[in-house]
Design a protein around this ligand. Structure first.
Ligand SMILES: Nc1ncnc2c1ncn2[C@@H]1O[C@H](COP(=O)(O)OP(=O)(O)O)[C@@H](O)[C@H]1O
Ligand SMILES: [Mg+2]
Length: 286
């Protein structure tokens, strides 16, 4: 299954086998067992079949890329994982149990955070305040409780601020923390969006084209931050990305979609050598 050039090792020290509990990559990263399974997912919008009977899994700690031409159904797939869409058919398993239909905020509370293909920040608010909104899923003190036990609410506020400051340091955006987001260049807005997602301290992070529209330098920065997040926090990352160089560099495994169908799935080298993938995607410029 895996060729000699891929970075897949097994836990049990036998060449070539990937065990249920995980494996270690050539560069020493620990990939765990299955965290999420998408089973026979179909998604229809009226007569449009956006996703057709797709199955794949996501392992704990890996960087899992989803690639494919425009309209392939990639964003729709991320929207299913994040609870924005409910599949027409099929099931989503998470940590070994079928996940019932959930609202996006419920999915967020389970530790799944996302960024959007089109930036969705509050342009008039500062970087800091935008990132603070990423803490909303963690805020327990309701209005009434805040009035009665304001001390508790204040403790929570302080704890939230600490997390946010850590994220700001981590993504190296101290210098713009007070700047209104609307005044930032595109690449930095994308970084602020990543910061807001990280402020939720997610165990799984969904990134929809985090590098689209960026110049080479911005892409390099973003790639480094994605790898650092994965490395430092062990965050599982699902990444939609068009730049094949980036996908090959960053991801452990790749799902390839075309017209709502899965046409490839495997390590980057395997996928790159797959004729169906070459025909559908890699042969054409995007
Ligand atoms: N909310 C929606 N309503 C109707 N059609 C949609 C909706 N979202 C996506 N689609 C359709 O589903 C298909 C897949 O779209 P999308 O998931 O955005 O693809 P990708 O992210 O791979 O470019 C497209 O044909 C798109 O027009
Ligand atoms: Mg998309």
């Amino acid at each position: 299954m895996m060729d000699g050039t891929t970075s897949i090792y097994r836990n049990d020290e036998k060449e070539g086998a990937v065990s249920d509990t995980g494996y270690i990559t050539a560069d020493g990263r620990q990939i765990g067992g299955t965290l999420m399974e998408l089973r026979n997912i179909t998604l229809k919008f009226g007569g449009v079949v956006a996703i057709k009977d797709i199955s794949f899994d996501i392992r704990e700690g890996e960087i899992r890329a989803i690639i494919g031409p425009n309209g392939a159904g990639k964003s729709s797939m991320l929207n299913i994982i994040s609870g924005f869409y409910t599949p027409s058919e099929g099931a989503l398993w998470y940590k070994g149990a079928e996940r019932p239909p959930m609202k996006p905020y419920e999915v967020a509370r389970m530790g799944i955070a996302r960024t959007f293909q089109n930036i969705a920040l509050f342009e008039g608010m500062s970087v800091l305040d935008n990132i603070m909104t990423g803490r909303l899923t963690h805020m327990k003190a309701g209005i009434a409780r805040q009035a009665l036990w304001w001390g508790k609410a204040r403790d929570e506020e302080i704890a939230n601020r600490e997390v946010v400051e850590k994220v700001i340091d981590f993504l190296e955006i101290q210098a713009i923390r007070k700047t209104p987001v609307g005044r930032l260049p595109y690449g930095l807005k994308k970084r602020v969006e990543l910061a807001r997602a990280l402020a939720a301290e997610p165990s799984m992070l969904l990134l929809d084209e985090p590098m689209a529209g960026m110049n080479v330098e911005e892409k390099e920065d973003m790639s480094r931050f994605i790898l650092d997040v994965n490395d430092e926090f062990g965050t599982t990352i699902v990444l939609i990305e068009h730049d094949m160089g980036v996908v090959m560099d960053l991801s452990d495994r790749v799902v390839v979609m075309d017209y709502g169908k899965k046409i490839g799935d495997g390590a980057p080298d395997e996928v790159r050598a797959n004729q169906a993938v070459i025909d559908a995607y890699l042969g054409v410029a995007h």
